[in-house]
Design a protein around this ligand. Structure first.
Ligand SMILES: Nc1ncnc2c1ncn2[C@@H]1O[C@H](COP(=O)(O)OP(=O)(O)OP(=O)(O)O)[C@@H](O)[C@H]1O
Ligand code: SF4
Ligand SMILES: [Mg+2]
Length: 335
């Protein structure tokens, strides 16, 4: 049995804003098994990056906990905390913003390793090595970020992340700032590194088709909560949360007849304000399957099959994109 490397319990991260308390994460229970890549999808503002940053310790939880290798990370100090920093790393969305424009790639890598406690001699050996592992010539140590392409910059960011030999990487939209031809190369690089090093990974994307190529398991996030988790094939074939079905309905399929049959679920209204989430199920104002109970009672996350959980009172009525698309058409017809 594979034990989780990373897990959260009732994880919340709130921000105080002019409009009150913004609940970017509001009770997230999640676990990622060692060596697995979990895809995390959801609309803009659903809390994906906040979850990623909290999992690597760049920000502290407001409530709840992050467990790493079975230990609550909040209790770690001194050497244990330094070791943990080395073991979990973040790859940012925008490689331009993630690299200091005034430092060569070599200087960036050296600084990163020195901060993590590596000796000068070990750093000297390590830098060319990690550049090559990330698919860059060792000579690129002397280049500045503006002297290389966007894809090469993202490789440099990945080199920095793997330089400390981490166990866990959060890749936050690692290809969304890149052109289409470079995307596949960076995804292949990440997959290759993941396999070669047995890395555990959280792969964040708002694009389900990118996640489908990259991750064996997928978690779907809506307004600060995880609403469904399943193995990729199961999620694509039999989604059990209407929000997942809506996201899937926007993924293009090669067969136009099949795409027409499947139908498109257009969600009504904007994503609600995370400062005042709707009562009961937070998806109810936009959900084609909502009934009376949905506005009153917050649906708990329920286990539906091994590795498949969803938080919906009516998950038995979902089961496919078509079922939810049909309900959505019914609503439109009634309206
Ligand atoms: N430092 C902050 N202060 C206040 N609010 C914040 C802060 N960081 C994030 N938020 C808010 O928290 C919510 C979740 O943001 P987050 O960036 O995690 O979403 P996301 O799912 O990553 O979105 P995107 O797909 O656009 O990257 C949003 O409403 C955002 O405005
Ligand atoms: S609980 Fe109700 S509103 Fe929420 S997703 Fe399920 S059917 Fe829709
Ligand atoms: Mg984000």
């Amino acid at each position: 049995m594979n034990a989780p490397l990373v897990a959260t319990l009732g994880l919340a991260r709130h921000y105080r804003t002019g409009r009150g308390v913004l609940r970017a994460l509001d009770g997230v229970d999640l676990s990622i098994d060692r060596g697995e890549t979990l895809g995390l999808v959801g609309e803009s503002g659903s809390g994906k990056s906040t979850l990623g940053r909290t999992l690597v310790g760049l920000q502290a939880p407001t409530h709840g906990s992050v467990l790493f290798d079975g230990a609550d990370t909040a209790g770690l100090r001194g050497d244990a905390l330094r070791a943990l920093r080395r073991r979990r790393q973040l790859v940012f969305q925008d490689p331009s913003g993630a690299l200091n424009p005034r430092m060569t790639l070599g200087a960036t890598l050296r600084e990163h390793l020195r901060v993590q406690g590596w000796t000068r001699a070990a750093v000297r050996e390590r830098v060319p090595d990690v550049l090559e592992q990330a698919g860059l010539p060792a000579a690129f140590a002397g280049r500045y970020p503006h002297e290389i392409s966007g894809g090469q910059r993202q490789r440099a960011v990945i080199a920095r992340a793997i330089s400390t030999d981490p166990d866990f990487i959060v890749a936050d939209e690692p290809v969304s700032a890149l052109d289409v031809s470079t995307r596949a190369q960076i995804i292949n690089l990440l997959r290759g590194l993941q396999r070669a090093r047995g890395l555990t990974m959280l792969f964040i994307s708002h694009d389900l088709s990118v996640v489908a190529h990259t991750c064996r398991h997928v978690a779907v996030m809506y307004l600060g909560r995880i609403v469904e988790v399943a193995p990729r094939e199961v999620l694509f074939a039999t989604p059990r949360h209407p929000y997942t079905a809506a996201l899937l309905s926007a993924v293009p399929v090669p067969d136009p007849v099949r795409e027409r049959q499947r139908g498109r679920i257009l969600l009504v209204g904007e994503t609600p304000d995370p400062s005042s989430p709707p009562s009961g199920c937070r998806f109810h104002p936009r959900c084609p399957l909502a009934s009376g109970i949905c506005a009153q009672v917050d649906p708990p996350m329920r286990s539906l099959a091994p590795g498949h959980t969803a938080a919906c009172h009516h998950s038995d009525k979902v089961g496919s994109v078509e079922a939810v698309a049909q309900a959505a058409r019914g609503l439109t017809a009634l309206g």
